[in-house]
Write a protein that binds this ligand. Structure first.
Ligand code: PLP
Length: 411
């Protein structure tokens, strides 16, 4: 099909030209004396992405799922109890992984469309006087339903119960796009993948562990070899890896982190919020609703849009792809067919999103959903014009880049 593909699944996201160019390079010796010049500053700078100075960042050749396993196996033992709210396909899958590595999971089932229930977590932890529960697992941004949970509120709940459980957070579709404060929220292990806010291909699990999590490693008996923090800590100390690292991905990660820090994390978060508000205005103008049940759950990285009874989200996605070269996200698990998702994260600006909204409108009309042509695009335009960022003189160089001085630079 001529023209470009419009990639609007909530990961993988668009890889910026600068990142693509950085990855396009010859291989080199990952044991050379020069290699740590890449890795040591990179590992340090990753802390800024997690907003953590106390934590230690790790890069594993894996995906977000591997990151889940890294987090749990390095800190827990088979038979340990963990508490996990389930409110979408990814919280469901993390629970499944936890069970399969031998943990006992106390599941709090929550309506899909809502987020982590801080009050319920506080109640359960308060009742756990023997402190049998060793960890609380929260998916910060449930990509399947477009719901963002309040991790700060979960931290306050744990503290209010005076409970020592470790706090594990899946930030796969939030970190580097939505405000994520590892140290402030006292998150013990945070997990992300390379293919979303970090604007890279899939292939890296990027994890940050608090000093408490690293200490828990000493007692943790879950089997781990490839994913062992201990081996990584030893090798990373001098800038190396315990096995052959994914070189091109590391160069790409270096460039992606530079892009994010040049834009400034605050501006990255504000851009995601502004873009998401436009999408939400479009959804309203279409007369449709989000899967997220209330504004407090709205996600700034993905909107899951419910289609009317008698129509199928899967049909919208298929028509959008075949006719308009637009990739929208599918309904997952129990939401299959009931919705379609627009990913609005990563290297993105208003005009790119206008393309996705226009394509979604055409595809919806093609499958019989009654939409006034242009209604969503017009509403998004109005929303964005009302909250426009100041004009950028180097808009060509990077879509989200501002003219303001670099707020953070490579350390
Ligand atoms: N957690 C969340 C919130 C996700 O959105 C995803 C994937 O989309 C995952 C975990 C799993 O990550 P991966 O597919 O990289 O293994």
């Amino acid at each position: 099909m001529p023209g470009r593909n419009f990639l609007f699944v909530p990961g993988p996201t668009n890889v910026p030209e600068r990142v693509l160019r950085a990855m396009h390079r010859s291989m080199e010796d990952h044991r050379s004396s020069a290699f740590p010049e890449l890795t040591l500053p990179l590992l340090r700078d990753l802390n800024q992405i997690f907003q953590s100075s106390a934590g230690q960042a790790f890069v594993f050749p894996a995906t977000g799922t591997g990151g889940w396993e890294v987090a749990l196996t390095n800190t827990l033992s088979p038979g340990d109890r963990v508490l996990a709210p389930r409110f979408g396909q990814f919280s469901h899958l993390w629970i499944d992984l936890a069970q399969r590595i031998g943990l006992r999971v106390d599941i709090i089932d929550v309506e899909w469309g809502e987020g982590a229930p801080a009050e319920r977590i506080e109640e359960i932890l308060t009742q756990d006087r023997q402190h049998e529960i060793k960890g609380v697992l929260i998916v910060h941004n449930e990509t399947a339903t477009g719901v963002t949970s309040d991790v700060g509120a979960v931290r306050r709940a744990i503290d209010a119960a005076a409970h020592p459980a470790l706090l594990y957070v899946d930030g796969v579709s939030s970190i580097a796009s939505i405000d994520f404060r590892m140290d402030e929220w006292k998150v013990d292990v945070a997990v992300t993948g390379s293919q979303k806010g970090l604007m890279l291909p899939a292939g890296l699990a990027v994890v940050c562990a608090s000093p408490r999590a690293l200490a828990a490693r000493e007692q943790a008996k879950c089997a781990r070899v490839f994913f062992d923090f201990g081996d990584m800590i030893k090798a990373n100390a001098s800038g190396y890896f315990p096995y052959t690292p994914a070189l091109a991905m590391l160069y790409g990660l270096r460039e992606a982190v530079d892009l994010l820090l040049e834009e400034g994390l605050g501006r990255v978060f504000a851009r995601h919020h502004r873009l998401a508000e436009g999408v939400r205005a479009a959804v309203k103008a279409w007369g449709l609703t989000l899967c997220a049940r209330a504004p407090r759950w709205y996600s700034d990285t993905v909107s899951a849009i419910l289609v009317p009874e008698g129509t199928s989200g899967a049909d919208v996605i298929d028509v959008a792809f075949r006719r308009y070269n637009l990739a929208l996200g599918a309904g997952l698990g129990r939401m299959a067919g009931k919705l379609f998702r627009i990913g609005h994260l990563g290297d993105l600006n208003e005009l790119m999103l206008c393309g996705a909204l226009a394509g979604a409108e055409m595809a919806m009309r093609d499958v019989g959903i009654k939409i006034t042509p242009g209604a969503g695009v017009a509403a998004a335009e109005e929303q964005w014009r009302a909250s426009a960022a100041p004009p950028s003189s180097d808009a060509q160089a990077h879509p989200g880049k501002s003219t303001a001085p670099r707020s953070v630079v490579r350390t």
